[in-house]
Structures are given as structure tokens and as C-alpha cells.
Design a protein around this ligand. Structure first.
Ligand code: ADP
Ligand code: MG
Length: 440
């Protein structure tokens, strides 16, 4: 009686699985891959919910990357750190975990991990592994009919996710390569734009100086108030042009940073206090979390402040109808090109503003790119130059209202090495430039 339906089920599994493995390795788009894996699991086994956590190598933790079947509100707190019990267990055991079978393992996990598993109603966890490295975790809820998972189902799932692991790795490497190429292209474009801008700025500065002094000279001859006011406003305009040019020059050739030991926490607090009134006026709540165990960074205080101020002001300006700006600082370990581990601060500014449409995102670092009535379009390009000079990286991710009606906003992340090490080729190249800087 029972034999037949079971066998048919098995055949269905096998067929679904063969098709799946064939298609999988061809998918390099991460979104599509996550989608595919989830629907395949659901095709084979009727389950209530599935969550995929993927490794974020920057923060060394597994973050929620895709979810089905649950309404998730506090997404940002859903992660498993690599050096905590849950991931450690999977690294050692290299196999799935059926929680009902091993309650002792569940109690070995820490409170944060147990909380997540309970909140997501997870009954089965399967690791995504490449070689013996864990790259992701797939958390699965109960079966829709509340029955237990059969050994066949679990075996199928293991095989399925074994294939998926390689596909994820593939997609990840592809994505990494693409990002790298994009960055190279951007750096090149900015260098060219910078040279052009510097040339133009020099040309403009001299005639501007003579315009300004001529106006000042003429002012003496006008006692008539109306005409004096006109000349005053001319001077103001000239000063504004001058400011833009100063900005341009500092962007194209940021002065070599005057580095000192800076308390990053203090610097951010200070910057935040500068904008507190503006934020309040705009009905924006600012959250600030300093999570790094270390506070000191070797950097140029005023340049960093300029970067933070730029980014925070952009965020505030993106939120016309109130919202949230959350700023967090973490410390992460990375490997430099030569493989030497180094430590960097990872500073994130997340706003709930209008976001940046995809067609703009490639241009926001370009000098003069602005969508604001009286913007200069120099803030981000200057920031980019400064962070580069510090051996760091700056990145922006954004979703607009039309993409994601609920989850829109912009995230700016800055990676800032505690010390600029000699392995950094910007530094080695910078020595020559530095010598020139003092001359010109
Ligand atoms: P400006 O602020 O003078 O326009 P920036 O270089 O600082 O120049 O920014 C360039 C453009 O990038 C802005 O005009 C805006 O369109 C976009 N932008 C930057 N930050 C954000 C943000 N947090 N939210 C939405 N758009 C942003
Ligand atoms: Mg700006």
C-alpha cells in the first residue's frame, strides 16, 4: 500500500534534482540563483519557510540573504558570526542539523543564535560548503503537513545543497570579479576627470582673482547704496566660484594626509553634533553604534571629518519627510594583497531616504554629478579621493522607492585601515607624488 506512492515520490525527486543540477552551474546571477534554489527545495519538499544565510567575508558573519514564507521585520539583527557556536558546530561537523534530533546541540548555541532559530521557526539547517569551508547556511522550517522529515528527503536536500554550494561559489566569484573591474574602471575615469578638472581650475583661478580685486577697487567709487549692494553680491558669487574651485583642486589632488592618531568614536560623535539641529528640523532620528573594540585610527582628522560630514549631509538631504540614519562602526580583519592580515574599521551610514536610481549610481562619484538644485556634485568625489589616500575604500548601495516600496534607502560603507601599510600600492606610488606635493 505504502510502497507505490513512496516510489513515485522518489522518482519525482530524482527528476527534479537532475534538472536542477544541470541548470544550476550556469546561473551566475546571485538573485536568480537564490530564487532557483528555494523554489527547487519547495518543489521537492513542502515546507513552510526557507531562509538562506550567506557569508559576508567583510564582517566575517553569515547574513540573511533570502527569505520565503515568513514576514521578517528586523533583518539587520539576523546573522550568525563565524567565531560563535553555531557556525563553529557546522565547521566541525560538516553536515546538516535536525534540531529535534539533537536538542543538546541547540542548547550549545548562544542566546542570539537560539533566538534567531526560534524566531524563524527553524527545524532543519544545512550548510553550504565548498571544500571544507562553510559559505552559507540554509534554514528550513517545518513541513507544511507537520510530518517529520524522512531520511530520503534529508538525503535529497544534502545532495541538492551540495550542488548549490558550488553554484553559489561560482556566482560569488563572478560578482567579485565584476566589482573589481568596475572599481578599476571608476578609478581610471576619476583620474582622467581629475586631471581635466585640475587643469581647468588653475586656468580659472587667475582671472577670477583679478575680477575680484577689480570689483573691490570699484566699490570705493559707489557710495550709492543700491549699486554697492550689487557689487557685494558679485563678490559673493565670485567667492562661491572660488570655493568650488578649491573643492575641485582638493579632489583632483588631495593634499597628502597629515596623519595622526585619531579617536574615531570621538570624531564621529563630534561630526554628529554638528548636524544634530538639521536632523531634528527634518524629523530624522539618528542612531549611532560604535562596536569596534579599538578606537584609534591613523588618519587626517580634518579630511575624515569632511568625508563624514559630506556623507551625513547627503543622507539628511535625501530624507525630506523624516526617517532614520543609522551609523555603525565595526572592526574587521582582512588579508592584504600580500596575504598579511590587517585590521580595518568598517563604517556604515544607512539612511531611509529616497535612494539612488540605478542609472545614477555609476555616476555619483563623478565630479559635478548632482541632482540637487544648489549642489556642487563634489562631495562624493572629494570623499572618494580622501578615502583612497588613506588606503581605504568607499562604496554605495541603494534602493529607490520604486524598486522596493518598503525597503528603500542608501548605504554608504567605508573601509578604513587602522594603519596604512606598506603593502598598499597607493602608498608606495604616493611617495613620489608626495615629494612633488611639497613643491607645487
Ligand atoms: P551634492 O551633494 O552636492 O549633490 P555629492 O557628490 O555629495 O554632491 O552627491 C552626488 C549625488 O549623489 C547627489 O546629488 C545625490 O543625487 C546622490 N546621493 C548621494 N548620497 C545620497 C543619499 N544618501 N541618498 C540619495 N542620493 C544620494
Ligand atoms: Mg553632498
Amino acid at each position: 500500500m505504502l510502497g507505490l506512492p513512496l516510489r513515485r515520490k522518489k522518482d519525482d525527486f530524482r527528476q527534479a534534482f537532475t534538472e536542477f543540477s544541470k541548470s544550476l552551474t550556469l546561473i551566475i546571477d546571485l538573485e536568480q540563483l537564490k530564487d532557483n534554489v528555494i523554489s527547487k527545495i519547495r518543489e521537492c519538499i513542502r515546507v513552510d519557510s526557507i531562509q538562506i544565510f550567506l557569508l559576508n567575508p567583510d564582517l566575517n558573519r553569515f547574513e540573511l540573504a533570502e527569505t520565503r514564507g515568513l514576514d521578517i521585520i528586523k533583518r539587520s539583527s539576523l546573522y550568525f558570526s563565524s567565531d560563535e557556536p553555531l557556525v563553529r558546530w557546522f565547521t566541525i561537523n560538516e553536515t546538516h542539523l535536525l534540531i529535534s534530533e539533537k536538542p543538546a546541540v541547540f542548547s550549545y548555541f548562544n542566546e542570539h543564535e537560539q533566538g534567531i532559530l526560534s524566531e524563524l521557526k527553524v527545524t532543519l539547517i544545512s550548510p553550504l560548503m565548498v571544500m571544507n569551508r562553510i559559505t552559507g547556511l540554509v534554514c528550513i522550517g517545518s513541513k507544511s503537513d507537520d510530518s517529520d522529515y524522512s531520511p530520503e528527503e534529508i538525503e535529497l536536500l544534502d545532495t541538492l545543497l551540495g550542488q548549490a554550494s558550488f553554484a553559489f561559489e561560482n556566482a560569488f566569484l563572478y560578482h567579485q570579479q565584476k566589482t573589481r573591474l568596475k572599481k578599476m574602471y571608476r578609478a581610471d575615469r576619476l583620474a582622467t576627470a581629475g586631471q581635466l578638472a585640475a587643469g581647468a581650475a588653475h586656468e580659472i583661478r587667475n582671472p577670477l582673482t583679478s575680477i575680484r580685486s577689480t570689483i573691490q577697487y570699484l566699490q570705493k567709487d559707489f557710495r550709492d547704496d543700491n549699486k554697492r549692494v550689487l557689487l557685494d553680491s558679485l563678490i559673493e558669487e565670485v567667492d562661491r566660484i572660488n570655493e568650488i574651485i578649491e573643492g575641485l583642486l582638493s579632489f583632483s589632488k588631495p593634499s597628502t594626509p597629515q596623519t595622526e592618531n585619531v579617536n574615531l568614536d570621538y570624531l564621529l560623535e563630534q561630526t554628529l553634533s554638528l548636524v544634530a539641529t538639521t536632523a531634528k528640523k527634518r524629523n530624522i532620528t539618528v542612531g549611532y553604534n560604535f562596536n569596534a573594540p579599538e578606537k584609534t585610527v591613523n588618519a587626517d582628522t580634518s579630511q575624515l571629518k569632511q568625508v563624514f560630514l559630506n556623507i551625513i549631509m547627503n543622507a539628511l538631504q535625501a530624507m525630506d519627510e523624516g526617517g532614520f540614519l543609522s551609523i555603525s562602526v565595526d572592526l574587521k580583519k582582512t588579508n592584504s594583497f600580500s596575504g598579511t592580515p590587517r585590521e580595518s574599521f568598517y563604517i556604515m551610514f544607512r539612511d531611509t531616504g529616497v535612494g539612488i536610481p540605478p542609472e545614477h549610481i555609476e555616476h555619483i562619484f563623478d565630479p559635478f554629478f548632482t541632482t540637487k538644485k544648489d549642489g556642487t556634485g563634489l562631495g562624493l568625489s572629494i570623499s572618494y579621493g580622501i578615502i583612497q589616500q588613506h588606503g581605504g575604500e568607499i562604496e554605495i548601495e541603494s534602493r529607490t522607492m520604486s524598486d522596493y516600496p518598503k525597503n528603500h534607502g542608501t548605504t554608504v560603507s567605508i573601509m578604513l585601515p587602522i594603519f596604512k601599510t606598506a603593502h598598499n600600492h597607493h602608498h608606495t606610488a604616493g611617495k613620489k607624488d608626495g615629494a612633488e606635493d611639497t613643491r607645487g
